[in-house]
Ligand binder design. Structure first.
Ligand code: PMP
Length: 364
């Protein structure tokens, strides 16, 4: 078996140790004589798996006790609608910071739901290469929440600070799909955090929502049951059949983060080293470039372009032949992108940097 280095933006690499454990437990989960996929979600075995996953996640992120953790479906994209539907029952305007393609989709969805939406600050004028600073944020008078995207996965633009919502009681809502668990986090600064699982959490099919309890009473009357956070919280995320296997695998990832990596501070240091090594290689050459201002360069998604885009196809073919998979940029922007999520080892970055140096020497 050869596992290649996988730089996919999502569904992304999973830790090999997690896949090995899942393989070992696949046919016969801990002597029960069946796989996790074949268990009732209401069985004692599965409820124990589900509770352990939540407890480990709470420990990793130090989630305060007045927050609920919901294991939902539909991807982060479904929460683009879930956020206004759950938070604007008493009216108010949806406020957004616009820093890239995913934030734009969230804004569009709020507009689709006929919610008054307001862009409180935007990176459009700088060409999406820097996030707006705190003093540029101008909330609307009737603000119901402020939403932002912590890390824009396509542009490779990441917030280096947590925005403040000066207005009392107004929740800060964050799409953390591509940066959650990349390092320690002060959850208490947020009203709601949500993330699709398929990057730093586990396989696709699961969506995490972390919501402060006092916000569970703000849903619009027309909020569909399956999108209603309070319904999910009251049913311990089992109002209907949850994505059980994805929940189980995510639990294995949380265990791996705790027991093998040593927690989020240790993960943070590794992620710093990986990103620094790749950006240094890009900055140290005339052949590669990345336009993002230093303080907002994403640690998880590193887009870069070659000086001559006629070499793009060759770069992708040669890198794949060298065992470096999925380096193509998002189809909407082209170029290259290396995603360096938690499960991508430092050895992968070393191999990529070596390959890039060699490619530039041969083709530069
Ligand atoms: N937000 C961000 C920041 C993302 O990176 C993605 C997926 N790449 C999404 C939202 C959409 O996630 P999903 O596919 O789970 O709906």
């Amino acid at each position: 078996m050869t596992r290649k280095f996988n730089f996919c933006a999502g569904p992304a690499a999973l830790p090999t140790a997690v896949l090995e454990r899942a393989r070992a437990e696949m046919l016969d989960y801990q002597g029960r004589g069946l796989s996790v996929m074949e268990m009732s979600h209401r069985s004692d075995e599965f409820v124990a798996i589900a509770e352990k996953a939540e407890a480990d996640l709470r420990e990793l992120l130090e989630i305060p006790s007045n927050y609920r953790v919901l294991f939902m479906q539909g991807g982060a994209s479904t929460q683009f609608a879930g956020v206004p539907l759950n938070l604007l029952g008493a009216g108010g305007s949806a406020n957004y910071l616009y820093t890239g393609i995913w934030g734009k989709k969230a804004i569009k969805e709020a507009e689709h739901l006929a919610v008054g939406s307001h862009v409180a600050a935007s990176s459009e004028s700088n060409g999406l290469i820097a996030v707006p600073r705190q003093n540029a944020i101008q909330l609307s008078g009737d603000v119901g929440y402020l939403h932002y995207t912590a890390n824009e996965t396509i542009g490779g633009l990441e917030f280096d600070y947590i925005p403040e919502v000066a207005a009392d009681g107004v929740p800060l809502v964050c799409d953390m799909s591509s940066s959650i668990l990349s390092g320690p986090l002060d959850v208490s600064r947020f009203g709601v955090i949500y993330a699709g699982a398929q990057k730093n959490i586990g396989p696709a099919g699961l969506t995490l929502v972390i919501v402060r309890e006092d916000l569970l009473d703000r849903a619009r009357k027309d909020c569909p049951t399956m999108l209603n956070w309070k319904t999910a919280a009251e049913a311990n995320s089992m109002f209907n059949t949850p994505p059980t296997y994805a929940w189980y695998l995510s639990g294995l990832v949380f265990e791996w983060l705790k027991d093998e990596v040593g927690g989020l501070a240790a993960m943070n240091a590794i992620n710093d080293r990986k990103a620094q090594a790749l950006y240094a290689a890009i900055d140290g050459s005339d052949f590669y470039s990345n336009p993002i201002v230093t303080e907002n360069r994403s640690r998880m998604n590193v887009p870069f372009v070659l000086a001559d885009d006629r070499l793009d196809k060759t770069f992708l073919a040669e890198s794949e032949a060298a065992g470096l998979l999925n380096l193509a940029g998002h189809r909407s922007v082209g170029g290259m992108r290396a995603s360096l999520y938690n499960a991508v080892p430092e050895a992968a970055v070393t191999a990529l940097v070596d390959f890039m140096g060699d490619f530039a020497r041969r083709h530069g």
